[in-house]
Design a protein around this ligand. Structure first.
Ligand SMILES: Cc1cc2nc3c(=O)[nH]c(=O)nc-3n(C[C@H](O)[C@H](O)[C@H](O)COP(=O)(O)OP(=O)(O)OC[C@H]3O[C@@H](n4cnc5c(N)ncnc54)[C@H](O)[C@@H]3O)c2cc1C
Length: 485
């Protein structure tokens, strides 16, 4: 196999990878981005000169394109190379993530917020705090065009702020999230957890990657990294090209890993088990689900169709209910016709709050397994109480998995910190003891932000790219200085 040499490789194109790649390219660093999924067939990409795109799961494509990979207790089945979701089912902790150029931005509900936990970035490493991260939040929020619905010059259907909510619910004192939507493009009704064909939801592929193609950025879609090995010449990546069916080997000067918590941990554990990488004694520590509890509220509101809004309808709280967690409501958008019709008058509820991120990921006979104790994360019980109360007050059932945590916000396992024994990466995102390997996705988060995490992941990736380019600039300046002397 011929080995190709590349200076800077980014693995994954979600909030970590797309931001890192864009920020590096803007600083003059050429980047090759490897993404296992395809470019998605959406309106903003219609005129782009891309070799191929794949449909989002809708209509006849729903059954084939909804799942890429499913794993039950770590045993994995590959379903469709262009499928949108990976689902990892395990009694202790189940999780969902996505695949495709743009990563989680296709499936997320576009809530763009800062951490709910005050001083979130402080206390993990002396070189990182909220002030250091603030410019990176500002950058990504402006790129996504994030703004509160109140500032959008159009009516947002089913937005909770313009809805008649029952008297036992209130929006008073609740800060509504900014949304990364472009109301001028497409219809809210076609914007869902299954993607936004019209481009109503702003996604990372069109916003950050497309404009930089050929200007320092090369994106290789359907390229899945299978192994990362440290060698004397650099980091050797073994890559499966799903387009041609061939394996390739790349030798990189530096690699920014951003395959998302589930897949970054798989890659690091599997590479270590093969002997390609070594060290990382804290790999797998600090797993959290960001306190997520999703639920189905069978409220059966007469004469309502909740599918018409954006996926997130906004936040609410309960009147006279102490210590109410963060509660958000959503419609059942994007499901195949008979199901979405049946569920049109029902709502999805999600409770969220900072959990302790005290879970553990481990590698056992080629399988990634999570240990996560719901009882040791009191925020979950707080959310369960709120859901029980909604059920009682509304007289309609709120159904959720009380004993089997399920999250769409997995984080940790390769967390940032000062100490090799408790963290995997340092303040620059570089893996302790593996020069040139950086982690810049949700797995590096040092704790749970307690609010939707995409902007925090993007801010971390922005910080990693900025410190890396600063280090490169300093190195070049020193070399030039030395040369001149
Ligand atoms: C249904 C849903 C709703 C959500 N709503 C919100 C929300 O409103 N607000 C919010 O802030 N967050 C939300 N999130 C969470 C948010 O999407 C994630 O936290 C975020 O996308 C994680 O970013 P990441 O960069 O860590 O990983 P991802 O965005 O998952 O990106 C990882 C990328 O790496 C690719 N990849 C994986 N393995 C490999 C490999 N071996 N080789 C090459 N490429 C690989 C994947 O295909 C993927 O594209 C939601 C998530 C879901 C599932």
């Amino acid at each position: 196999m011929r080995t190709e040499r590349i200076e800077t490789v980014v693995i994954g194109s979600g909030f970590g990878g797309a931001v890192a790649a864009a920020r590096l390219v803007d600083s003059g660093v050429p980047v090759t981005l490897l993404e296992r999924g395809p470019w998605r067939d959406t309106a903003p990409l219609a005129n782009a000169d891309l070799p191929s795109t794949a449909p989002l799961p809708s209509g006849r494509h729903f059954p084939t394109h909804v799942l890429r990979r499913a794993s039950i207790a770590g045993r994995t089945v590959n379903l469709h190379r262009d499928g949108l979701f990976d689902i990892h089912l395990q009694r202790e902790l189940s999780l969902v993530c996505s695949s495709g150029v743009g990563g989680g931005s296709h499936v997320y509900s576009a809530m763009n917020v800062r951490p709910a936990v005050a001083g979130f970035w402080g206390g993990h490493h002396e070189a990182v705090d909220d002030a250091v991260m603030e410019p990176h939040y500002r950058w990504i929020l402006s790129q996504m065009g994030s703004r509160p619905v109140a500032d959008m010059d159009t009516r947002v259907p089913n937005w909770i702020g313009s809805d008649n909510v029952p008297g036992w619910m209130t929006l008073d004192g609740v800060e509504q999230p900014a949304l990364g939507l472009d109301p001028a493009r497409g219809q809210f009704a076609r914007n869902s957890f299954f993607g936004s064909r019209d481009g109503n939801k702003v996604t990372l592929d069109e916003r950050l990657l497309l404009p930089r193609l050929g200007k320092g950025l090369q994106v290789r879609d359907r390229h899945e990294v299978l192994d990362i090995a440290r060698t004397n010449e650099g980091l050797r990546l073994t890559v499966h090209d799903h387009g041609s069916g061939h394996r390739r080997v790349l030798l990189a000067g530096r690699v920014l890993l951003a395959a998302g918590t589930l897949n970054s941990l798989k890659l690091l554990f599997a590479s270590r088990a093969r002997g390609s990488l070594c060290g990382m004694p804290a790999l797998g520590l600090g797993i959290g689900g960001n306190g997520d509890v999703p639920a189905w509220w069978a409220c059966r509101e007469p004469r309502r169709d909740y599918r018409a809004g954006p996926p997130s309808h906004g936040r609410f709280t309960l009147v006279d209910f102490d210590d109410c967690p963060d509660l958000t409501r959503y419609g059942f958008n994007g499901l195949p016709a008979p199901l979405s019709w049946m569920l049109r008058r029902d709502l999805v509820l999600v409770g969220m709050g900072a959990d302790e991120a005290n879970g553990l990921a481990r590698w056992h006979r080629g399988r990634l397994l999570f240990a996560y104790n719901g009882a040791a994360n009191p925020v979950l019980a707080r959310i369960h109480r709120a859901f029980d109360e909604i059920s009682r007050r509304s007289g309609r059932p709120v159904r959720f998995l009380r004993h089997n945590p399920l999250t769409v916000h997995p984080l940790g396992g390769a967390r940032m910190g000062q100490d090799l024994r408790t963290s995997v990466v340092n303040a620059d995102g570089e893996v302790h003891g593996v020069p040139g390997l950086y982690v810049c996705d949700a797995s590096a988060l040092p704790a749970a932000p307690g609010s939707p995490p995409s902007m925090s992941i993007a801010a971390w990736a922005g910080h990693v790219a900025a410190t890396l380019t600063q280090a490169t600039t300093n190195l070049n300046a020193n070399l030039e200085g030395g040369h001149a002397a």
